[in-house]
Ligand binder design. Sequence first.
Ligand code: FE2
Length: 399
Amino acid sequence: MASALTFHPIPLPPSANPAYFENVGRRVEGFDPAQMTPEQLKEIQEQLYKHSILLFKNTKITPKQQFTLTKSFDEKSENYGHGNNKTGKEKSSILHPDLKTIPHQPQVQLIGNGKVPGEYEGLDSPQLKHPHHNTFHKNPISAEDEEKGATRFYRWHIDAALYNLSPPKVTTLYAVSVPKGEPQTCRYDDGTGDELKVPLGGTCFVSGKTMFDILPAELKSLAVRTKVRYAPHPYVWMSKAHALPTGLGIENEGLELSQEELPEWEGSKVKNYPICWKNPVTGELHVQVHPCGAQALHIDPLPAGAKREGALYPDGGEVTDLKEVRETLYKIQRPGIAPELVYPQDWDEGDLVLFHNRGLLHSVVGAFKPDQLRMFHQCNLAASDDPEGPDAKDVERYA
Ligand SMILES: [Fe+2]
């Protein structure tokens, strides 16, 4: 019989404010992927929705077991969250170079850095490349500062195609090989002076629920009334654009691809998602926006009887000016990535992390040397449904 699972607080770095992490993150003991039971999977799902991040130490998990675990969150899901067909014009997607698909389990991707020696899981000595912010940010940090250990958040995001496919419910990340190195300093470089000590190549997480909870009333009201329309093929659309120094969105340079330059697309596959996604277990609201892919906002007017004084867009409206779209989203999201709200996962080999992809944002940080070998297995599955937004009661409460 499988042993009982126990749940413990995750280890927080000194930079994190424990007051915001009471319900965020749990370390799980007693789980063996080779002997997972339906009861355990049910418990893991419930805990994930309550705590957003589950960390399992010293784990051994095969790609097939990882797929089974991931799929248990949505039995009707089957395919990798971004799909596996990157052909024709879709080849220019900015996600393309970072992923190597494991041939015998194509929903699981090998990601990381360096050249894997020899055959690995059916791949012939795959060459991996950790994303470096200087390929994406408009004004990267200087080589000199990088030498001294400075880095950036590469890109805050949800794992989601944001076109045609629905956002995965969970992402599972399994650390196979982790190079050791000195911690780095992640700089925000947005004039605030904010910075954060991060482990080399750590994965940073922020709670979408906290991002909502800390907003002033007028931004909560706007958040529960607004839907984001994502660009068709957003990762192709933004492929020539550059990111803000915080990695939380795109600079306004007019570099997005025009409609004619995009791969063929259909209006019915374009995604419109509420800013706030409702947690299926707790009922709480999480600000869940992938700021880079946002193209327009649809804002509902204030409900009858709501206080108009101080309200933003009291009569609602369509925002199609990209600068205004981005500035509005940034106001809602930037407070939620403050250093004290970030959980940077300091990876050890054998760590398995499950995160609620519809309840938080994440970003990689750091820069590796070409010979530093980092190998992770990543799995997420395009969901069988779309996320729910705020219900009538939420709108009544916050609008
Ligand atoms: Fe990701």
